[in-house]
Design a binder for this molecule. Structure first.
Ligand SMILES: C[S@@+](CC[C@H](N)C(=O)[O-])C[C@H]1O[C@@H](n2cnc3c(N)ncnc32)[C@H](O)[C@@H]1O
Length: 321
């Protein structure tokens, strides 16, 4: 099993991109490690999402993009969250999906009219009282723009930005009392531009995976198997994501793999994950620091990365110890 050391900084200029450290080596070939010259604009500065999502991959996006397979089709991300890997990769064609309907509605509105969404956010005060009003709103009663602004507002003002809902689908994360802007104008506009090549779907991951065709690349970042039991933070959607879902995921990955689809999945380094995915897929360890599970600090910080392809493209071997 190989070990991937993540690049924790962000390269803001093409010059920095050429000299960043990856896997402990001076990385002269990061641009060459992009999956294909046609798929990305690899000399552009790194992008980031307009959301900060629990379990989001912003910090590891550069590493995950650098281990992309030589795909020739569409990029697919069925557990979209903030879409950190999508924004890093900026593929020519993408299908992005998630089971959270508010999240997908938000991405759609940002893609269609980022200016309207920002205007709406500008009129939303960051106070506990207003937060409570927004939290209790029924998204179905809102306009497309208001619904998107509500997601961004709650993401930036709720405790740790957690999107947590009860069984009735009502948002129940408390107010975070953070003094920070809801958005960065440039980030929003760049996100909208990146999303012009993407199709957005609100669906279960299995449906999204089953649509993938030979030559596509699917990056899967499910709610993790908790290190010490099924913890509270998996409540991203009213339906809990449990053992049976990970089993469904393993089956859907196997089906896609048999059709010639490239798959990459990140998950926690637990016996359950090793058993379920380790027989069928190549297993690598990614050095991480997890924010929302303080237990990980005690246990060492590794995630597992499962792939159905070898990491053999030029430069990728540099990622291994
Ligand atoms: C760990 S987060 C993904 C984070 C993302 N990679 C990022 O960088 O922000 C997991 C996502 O899976 C979604 N999800 C949960 N159950 C799902 C299901 N059955 N099908 C599709 N998406 C699901 C959640 O709504 C959440 O956005």
């Amino acid at each position: 099993m190989g070990e991937l050391l993540f690049f924790s900084g962000r390269a803001d200029t093409p010059a920095e991109l050429g000299t960043c450290l990856l896997g402990g080596h001076k990385n002269d070939s990061l641009v060459g490690m992009q999956p294909s010259g046609l798929q990305t604009m690899s000399l552009m500065p790194s992008e980031k999402s307009f959301l900060k999502w629990a379990g989001g991959k912003t910090r590891y996006a550069t590493t995950l993009v650098s281990i992309a397979p030589p795909y020739t089709g569409c990029y697919r991300e069925p557990f979209l969250g903030s879409g950190a890997v999508f924004f890093e990769l900026r593929p020519a064609a993408a299908v992005l999906s998630d089971a959270n309907p508010d999240l997908i509605a938000c991405f759609s509105a940002v893609a269609d009219n980022p200016h309207e969404v920002m205007r709406c956010l500008d009129g939303m005060p960051n106070t506990r009282e207003y937060f409570e009003t927004i939290r209790r709103q029924d998204p179905a009663s809102l306009s497309v723009t208001e619904r998107a602004a509500r997601v961004i507002y709650l993401n930036k003002t709720s405790f740790r930005g957690l999107w947590r809902v009860n069984r009735r689908g009502e948002f129940n994360t408390p107010y975070g009392a953070y003094d920070r802007p809801y958005y960065n104008r440039e980030t929003m506009l760049r996100a909208a531009k990146a999303l012009t090549t993407a199709e957005l779907l609100n669906c279960d991951f299995a449906e999204a995976l089953d649509q993938a065709e030979s030559g596509d690349w699917v990056y899967l970042d499910p709610p993790y198997v908790p290190l010490g039991g099924w913890a509270d933070f998996k409540r991203y959607t009213p339906d809990q994501f449990g053992e049976a879902d990970h089993e469904r995921l393993s089956e859907a990955m196997t089906r896609a793999s048999a059709r010639g689809v490239f798959v990459t999945m990140t998950n926690s380094d637990t016996p359950f994950v090793r058993d379920l995915f380790g027989k069928e897929f190549s297993m690598h360890r990614l050095a991480t620091r997890r924010d929302i599970n303080l237990q990980s600090a005690k246990r060492g910080s590794w995630d597992l990365v499962m792939t159905n392809y070898e990491l053999s493209a030029p430069g990728q071997e540099q990622l291994f110890d």
